[in-house]
Design a protein around this ligand. Structure first.
Ligand code: SAM
Length: 235
């Protein structure tokens, strides 16, 4: 399965109730401009575009250009660029969103430096101990520990550099209609995000994990989310 297809399917079954979007909406005004940093396939940009003036969906992955060309929205502009280059000359947004970011410590100082003083910065990422996140641990027993520590340090540093207006832990879910769909989507997503190649043994382990999350016919994985609303510190 190709990158874009796996990305789209991964998002399709996540947070169907749009709890992340609803929490962002509490801070959004209809004349706002938003910079969605690392927007991916616009999982947040598209629903938010109904409630605000304009959104720049920024992502440095050129594979996403085709997606945004196909799914046009008048007030969403996709820009394929690294945030490190873009933000130096484009820093006049009312709201900045960094959701499910790739952990990169250089981003922290960069954001602190370029965030305008009245703008809102929303940082969303997942807990390391939710049902969904621990799939990799259960499958491989090794990879995730280093990632977890990095994320913890990233959040600590980020929230020290800025003022925390709100910090919430929210519960979202991945809901798959049946085992077959869960297996296909999870296998592709795990391969996409963690570069894990599946053999028969790993496939069987994944099926076992999926089975433990069966509720009636559906497969449900809980996902805990850190939701931060931040602002620039006044010096
Ligand atoms: C895990 S995805 C999250 C996508 C989206 N924010 C969401 O919540 O669905 C991370 C995205 O960040 C993008 N990304 C990573 N580093 C970046 C950078 N330095 N500048 C712009 N985009 C970046 C990746 O290409 C990827 O699409």
């Amino acid at each position: 399965m190709n990158y874009l297809k796996a990305f789209i399917e991964d998002c399709k079954y996540y947070d169907i109730a749009q709890i992340e979007v609803k929490n962002i909406l509490k801070y959004l005004k209809k004349d706002y401009s938003i910079l969605d940093i690392g927007a991916g396939i616009g999982r947040l940009s598209f629903p938010l575009s109904k409630y605000t003036k304009e959104i720049i969906a920024l992502d440095n992955n050129p594979k996403l250009i085709a997606y945004f060309k196909k799914h046009k929205r008048k007030n969403i502009n996709f820009i394929c660029m690294n945030i490190k280059d873009y933000i130096k000359t484009n820093n006049n947004f009312n709201m900045y969103i960094l959701a499910w970011p790739v952990i990169d410590f250089k981003l922290i100082n960069l954001i602190e430096k370029h965030l305008p003083k009245d703008s809102i910065f929303i940082l969303i990422t997942c807990h390391n101990d939710s049902d969904y996140e621990t799939i990799i641990n259960k499958l491989t027993n090794k990879y995730f520990r280093k990632e977890s520590n990095n994320k913890k340090r990233f959040l600590e540093k980020f929230t020290k550099k800025l003022i925390v207006i709100e910090k919430q832990d929210i519960n979202t879910e991945y809901i798959y209609p049946d085992e077959k769909t869960a297996f296909r989507v999870l296998k592709n997503a795990i391969n996409l995000w963690f570069n894990i190649k599946f053999n028969k043994k790993l496939e069987n382990k994944l099926k076992e994990i999926i089975n433990k999350h069966k509720q009636n016919k559906k497969i449900i994985f809980g996902e805990k989310i850190y939701f931060y609303v931040l602002k620039k510190k006044l010096k």
